[in-house]
Design a protein around this ligand. Sequence first.
Ligand code: GLV
Ligand code: GLV
Length: 321
Amino acid sequence: MAAKIVVTQPVHPEALDRLRAAGHEVVALDSPRGLPADEVRKATDGADALLSQLTDRLTADVFEKTSLRIVATIATGYDNIDARAASEAGVVVTHTPDVLTDATADLAMTLMLAVARHIPESDTTVRSGTTGPFRLLHEPMGIDISGATLGIVGLGRIGEAVAQRAHFGFGMKILYTARSQHSAAEERFAAERLPLEQLLAQSDVVSLHAPLTDETRHLINRESLSLMRPNAILVNTGRGGLVSEVDLAAALQSGQIAGAGLDVFENEPDVHPDLLACGPRAVLTPHVGSATAKTRAAMTALAVDNILAVLAGDPPRNPVP
Ligand code: GLV
Ligand code: GLV
């Protein structure tokens, strides 16, 4: 039976074609930004499925007496969705794990290296035409990533992919925090599970891969930053809310830690002015962890698979846990 599918923001045209080819009615909104909850509510009145993105706000109100049967978010994180309210309303929520693991892990390594080796600053210097010849005592000197200790906060799929790159590619020693022990990873990467405080104190690089929940909000704050080493680099490709931007900016300004590579921010697309004022100690990218052509297409295709499955009465491939 034909269903009505609402698409909140622009997606790959092939995705809309596939939904239409299955005989469904597609309402493609081309909102340039995420939709607030009241707009999602209005847009989904009488709809069966929603193809949504992480900037849409799907609070409990959206699911009250809703006609929706499925929400497919084109993302792995779903902290923008009240998944419990959805479940209570009988709405399936699906996400797109796995397909973005490698691209996101690649970006975490990129940020780590870019901060350690002052890449944006070096690029600017070269372009300014003010670089002299090779100097042995070049400043600023970089920090070695090879052989350094990496602390991974949250050893899910992406955290593990970072561990793989870091351990096998860069000979890094791997520490991790996680709610449960990951024996296979411990064996594979000689990884050691530690409480967060100890991990922060022993790591040269700390990379965040935990989901954003009430428990993990501002996990990195003044107190936790004070445990980190002065040569340490913080990398965040997870969610901005894991870090207090004000506290991080203060730690960068005071030299409490050496640098930060951030792909995600507390109030995207805004970045706290204190953080912007930190200059090259902070390397910033605009939430592009999964933004390779192949990965973004795979994410969209997976979300469409999930919608088509549920509308056909089949189990979804990727229900949120
Ligand atoms: C991106 O941030 C995602 O959760 O997929
Ligand atoms: C994301 O999919 C993760 O498990 O890290």
